[in-house]
Design a protein around this ligand. Structure first.
Ligand code: FES
Length: 120
């Protein structure tokens, strides 16, 4: 049974194999959304990008990125917003990432508006 550690919230919970991170967070009172996204989000359909989290440990225990997450990766550079491209960090959409083993999750990753190499 996978253990999910929401580091900032200091919440460690058990999950069923194949649960997605969003549903585990919601069931255990962990807020994934900021600001207006608490109300206005796509409800887990992978369209809004507001449920992004960083997988600090256990990336290998998460499902592979699907087409929706891949589209976000390509769409953000085109829009000039590299929110999901924190280089060196495994940023996932919580609603799309399924867990198959222990993971550590950082909610509310900082927004990387320009990418790490924009100014230098
Ligand atoms: S809830 Fe919208 S992308 Fe996950």
């Amino acid at each position: 049974m996978p253990k999910i550690n929401f580091v900032k919230e200091k919440v460690i919970v058990d999950a069923a194999d194949g649960d997605n991170i969003r549903s585990i967070a919601r069931q255990n009172g962990v807020q994934l959304y900021s600001g207006p996204h608490k109300v206005f989000n796509c409800m887990g359909f992978g369209h809004c990008g507001s449920c992004n989290v960083i997988v600090k440990k256990g990336s290998e225990n998460c499902s592979r990125k699907g087409i929706l997450e891949s589209l976000w990766k390509w769409a953000h550079p085109l829009l000039g917003l590299k929110i999901l491209s924190n280089e060196g960090k495994d940023v996932r959409l919580a609603c799309q990432a399924k867990v198959h083993g222990d993971v550590e999750i950082d909610t509310h990753p900082p927004i990387n508006w320009h990418g790490n190499k924009f100014w230098g």
